[in-house]
Design a protein around this ligand. Structure first.
Ligand code: HEM
Length: 327
């Protein structure tokens, strides 16, 4: 009996053991599908080590990354938005934490996760261009990263959806209504009849529209990553949607953040305690990814990469050239 067969039988044995432990009946061990029909309450769990499976193994790294990014961004924003006014102007703005601070964390984490979906593709392309072959194995970390891109993307979509919900409920908040009333009062005091600021109106119309478009494209990407949907597509269709539309979504979201910032980019007052505003940090990685992707689209690089991916091997060619020159 070869090793593979032994392993298969062993795992079948474990599966049967597992079933009989779950259902408690020998019949269930004979008919493994039975366990699906038998209710297992939350206090019952098979004690055998064999039944222990790692839960959501592909999600570990993406979820940990998202949590760490969220925590760091939360601390950073909390210090800038809540502690800074408290220390410098004795202003109590702790009310900002549940919506305003959280709604800075969500988009920053979301756009960073989206950039992390497309960064390994660029590293892989660089790797293939450098070695001139597609037959050399990627380093293990890159390989694992490539295989968890779907999870990174879905988490990015989840954070983006929450950001959209939080953003759209801004005008519902009582704090916003009080602020609006105060602004109106100030305007009356200053005898101003019209509060309309043309460039601010354009800024908001454009960035909200871009955000909605970005979210819509992300939704298409998320839907096409569902196995039943992706199986109904050809490899080319799937690749087209995930790559082309994915980069488009990243571009739309990056422009959304850039337009949101508008003239704040040149406003030195945005640097509190010498720290840059979150929108600057948020767009750094996506801009880097999009710039590298554009460089890879240069004809000289694109053609070489296409050749390599079609099976051309620079090492074999140079080896053959050496052999012929030796003859
Ligand atoms: C329905 C869709 C969306 C709406 C209505 C929306 C709305 C907003 C609003 C109101 C802000 C300003 C937040 C603030 O005042 O602090 C903002 C900022 C931002 N949004 Fe969106 N957004 C949407 C989708 C997205 C998507 C899909 C992404 C990318 C994943 C994104 C990324 C960002 C970023 C990075 C910022 C800058 C946050 C900062 O100040 O650091 N948004 N968006």
């Amino acid at each position: 009996m070869d090793e593979d067969e032994a392993q298969k039988r062993n795992s079948e044995g474990n599966w049967e053991k597992c079933n009989s432990l779950i259902t408690g009946t020998p019949e269930a061990a004979v008919f493994p599908h039975l366990h699906q029909r038998i209710y297992i309450d939350e206090f019952e769990s098979p004690p055998s080590e064999n039944c222990k499976h790692d839960l959501f193994p592909k999600w570990h790294v993406p979820v940990k990354t998202a949590l760490i990014l969220s925590l760091l961004t939360f601390i950073y924003t909390f210090l800038r938005e809540v502690i800074h006014p408290l220390v410098t102007a004795q202003e109590n703005v702790f009310y900002k934490i549940p919506v305003l601070v959280i709604n800075k964390v969500l988009p920053v984490v979301s756009i960073t996760l989206l950039a992390l979906v497309y960064l390994p593709g660029i590293l892989a392309a660089g790797f293939q261009l450098y070695y001139g072959t597609k037959y050399r194995r990627f380093p293990q970390w890159l390989d694992r990263w490539m295989r968890s891109r779907k999870q990174f993307g879905l988490l990015g979509f989840f954070f983006a959806s929450m950001h959209a919900c939080y953003s759209l409920c801004y005008p519902m908040r009582r704090s916003y209504r009080y602020k609006l009333l105060n602004w109106a009062y100030q305007q009356v005091k200053q005898k101003k009849e019209n509060a309309w600021i043309e460039h601010d109106v354009w800024r908001m119309e454009i960035y909200v529209s871009l955000g909605i478009l970005g979210l819509a494209v992300l939704a298409i990407l998320a839907i096409t990553s569902i196995p039943s949907v992706s199986q109904s597509l050809t490899w080319r269709e799937f690749h087209y949607i995930q790559s082309k539309m994915g980069h488009l979504a990243l571009l739309l979201c990056t422009i959304h953040a850039l337009v949101f910032a508008w003239n704040k980019w040149i406003d030195i007052g945005q640097f509190l305690w010498y720290t840059p505003p979150t929108f600057m940090i948020a767009v750094l990685l996506p801009i880097m990814v999009l710039a590298c992707k554009s460089i890879l689209l240069f004809p000289c690089l694109r053609k070489r990469l296409q050749k390599i991916r079609a099976g051309w091997d620079a090492n074999t060619v140079s080896h053959r050239a050496l052999m012929t020159s030796g003859l």
